[in-house]
Unconditional design. Structure first.
Length: 404
């Protein structure tokens, strides 16, 4: 049997004191590929077991299949397609993809490259005269927010409003009733309601009107699967707004931090801009923006690594641990942009593979190449930098640098 009770490791991973470097704890966790927790949940941490279960049709993304529902589940609104199962998941994902990418709009992401480059250049232009730059506040946050607002059709000037809601919603992802105050749960649920009401108001303005933004196209386009309901559009827009910038903020910031810690790679990228493509793939393995999927449910009894996980059990998937598994990746704790066969779990795997992965890749490639090209001998002010609270969406909350 590979299952033993390891109740001490997961709380240490989730504790903020481990946020700057959870990887030694992941290594400890991988000694038990399927770890039973005191509350009856299971933690999966090895690459082989993670990829297997992510493709297992007996794994559910629907909270209603948990025998012990997560706190506040009954108060939460209609879930987006990442939190439901086939066949409804497949229908909604197909509808969302029509205006977002292939085969119906195949040039959307690649056609954005000139605009993305212009946004990045403008933000770097604003560094002029500053002795100290915060890569997060001055660059990695405003860049993807501007992009996703344009794509969705959300007014960029409304960012201060939805920023507060998004932060509260993200805090809710890893909510633990044993350690977190109920106020955190209440704030997250209310923020979710406020954001959906806001998006619903924008949607009402789009019905029957022409436009190229995603909200307008979802509101008016018909395809083989028909049209989403307004509630489904709001849930999809909610997902795209949050995931469309929060993960990319982390990916860009983690990328710059990693390059500053590996000056020889930074210099090589400056000399070889085409290196950026494999470099971003290695970054998604080495310092991914999403570290774990906090819960999935077992539709029925599931056997993983000779361990039977009972029907209805909560399953936590430690993606970042799997991407550092030495049984799959040679010398996994080394940042190597020349790594071959880099089938990381940075965007997940299976039917819920990250919807916006192609856009996040392109944004990060352009952002890091331009930063490396234009910054003059950048230096970290603090290492490690302060991290955001979330153990799920992990990245620095600030990344201060100075340049010559």
């Amino acid at each position: 049997m590979t299952t033993t009770k390891t109740p001490d490791i997961l709380p240490r991973i989730l504790d903020y004191s481990s946020r700057a470097d959870p990887y030694p704890l992941y290594a400890e966790l991988r000694k038990t590929p399927v770890a039973l927790q005191e509350d009856g949940s299971y933690v999966i941490s090895t690459y082989r077991e993670l990829t297997g279960i992510l493709h297992n049709p007996h794994l559910s993304s629907d909270v209603r299949n948990l025998s012990r529902p997560i706190p506040g589940a009954e108060e939460r609104a209609t879930p987006s397609f990442i939190n439901i199962d086939p066949p409804e998941h497949d229908r909604l994902r197909r509808l969302a993809m029509r205006p977002f990418g292939p085969p119906h709009t195949p040039g959307l992401v690649t056609g954005m490259e000139p605009d993305l480059t212009a946004i990045v250049s403008g933000l770097i232009d604003d560094f002029a005269g500053k002795e100290r730059i915060d890569i997060v506040d001055d660059f990695a946050y405003p860049f993807p927010v501007t992009v996703i607002c344009h794509l969705l059709g959300v007014p960029r000037e409304d960012e201060p409003r939805f920023h507060v809601w998004v932060n509260a919603i993200i805090d809710l992802i890893a909510y633990d009733p044993k350690t977190d105050p109920k106020e955190k749960l209440d704030n997250g649920i209310q923020a979710s309601k406020d954001l959906r009401q806001y998006l619903g108001g924008l949607l009402e303005q789009r019905h029957g009107r022409p436009g190229d933004d995603l909200l307008t196209r979802l509101a008016n386009d018909d395809g083989p699967d028909g049209r989403m309901t307004d509630e489904e559009i709001v849930s999809t827009a909610n997902l795209l707004l949050i995931a469309g910038h929060e993960t990319t903020v982390n990916l860009i910031t983690n990328g710059m931090l990693t390059l500053l810690r590996h000056p020889q790679v930074l210099q090589r990228l400056r000399n070889e801009p085409d290196l950026i493509v494999p470099l971003v793939e290695e970054l998604l393995r080495y310092e991914p923006p999403v570290h774990m999927i906090p819960w999935r449910a077992a539709y029925s009894d599931i056997t993983v690594a000779d361990t039977v996980i009972p029907k209805g059990s909560q399953i936590m998937l430690m993606l970042a641990s799997g991407s550092r598994d030495p049984d799959r990746f040679h010398d996994p704790d080394r940042f190597d942009p020349d790594r071959q066969d880099n089938q990381h779990l940075g965007f997940g795997s299976g039917i819920h593979l990250c919807f916006g992965g192609p856009l996040a890749r392109l944004e990060t490639q352009i952002a890091l190449n331009e930063l490396v090209r234009r910054l003059d001998r950048p230096r970290l002010v603090t290492d490690p930098p302060p991290y955001r609270p979330s153990p799920v969406l992990r990245g620095p909350i600030h990344l201060h640098i100075e340049q010559s």
